[in-house]
Design a protein around this ligand. Sequence first.
Ligand SMILES: Nc1ncnc2c1ncn2[C@@H]1O[C@H](COP(=O)(O)OP(=O)(O)OP(=O)(O)O)[C@@H](O)[C@H]1O
Length: 255
Amino acid sequence: MTNIALRASGVCASLSKAPILHGIDASFGKGRWASIVGPNGAGKSTLLKVLAGLLPCTGSVELLGRPLASFPGRQRAQTLAWLGQGEASADDLTVWDVAMLGRLPHRAWLAAPTAADQAAVEQALRSTQAWDWRERALGQLSGGERQRVLLARGLAVQAPVLLMDEPLANLDPPHQTDWLLLVRALVARGHTVVSVLHEVSIALQADDMLVLAQGRVRHAGLCADPATHHALEQVFDQRITIQRVSHQWIALPKI
Ligand SMILES: Nc1ncnc2c1ncn2[C@@H]1O[C@H](COP(=O)(O)OP(=O)(O)OP(=O)(O)O)[C@@H](O)[C@H]1O
């Protein structure tokens, strides 16, 4: 049995015929949280889409030891949950119905939600503190509230692997902290989380870090490893410094 949840080998991908990813090798361990970090335009979102099977690539992507392409769509959707960046979602759906979309991979065609579906949705909405809005339309929510509902939709899948692109977008500091605790709890239960994050200090709370620049891996290592901090400072042109404050690594602007 492999301890790798997701592995990319020699992955190249293009957008509108422009080459964006150039031979990415990366692996993400089971029951671990990895953050993908790098400057704007580094290819982070593109890599996450490739890992989710949402974008064609050359090279290979393996999910739980099997080629991603060999997964039937439904099985892949049960195994891999996705939270995209700035996702469009029908504004007139209720919060409950949006979270219930996360159960689609588990439901029979046109079947009513089962008690297990309802329980999963309730648990997901409660864990992102979105339960009280369950009868409101998504379009009536603020950016951060909406993000918490989309996060609940991803959690409702109850997939072993979760990919999140900028999950903290619009979240205030207390809800960023809640997100951190949520991810830690998921990982403690054996889930794998891979997140693209711009907040370097929060990204440094992960177990592992993949540092990208110009469509290439610049470094892969533990978040606590000084070599990772060095790589971060380099890809951000020495404009940040990584320092230890109260048992946490944080990124500070160098001014
Ligand atoms: N449709 C497109 N056609 C051509 N190039 C594109 C297209 N979409 C994005 N790109 C380019 O691909 C590169 C990688 O984009 P990507 O969104 O993966 O970067 P990112 O690291 O997630 O960036 P950011 O931190 O700004 O969100 C960028 O240089 C971007 O300009």
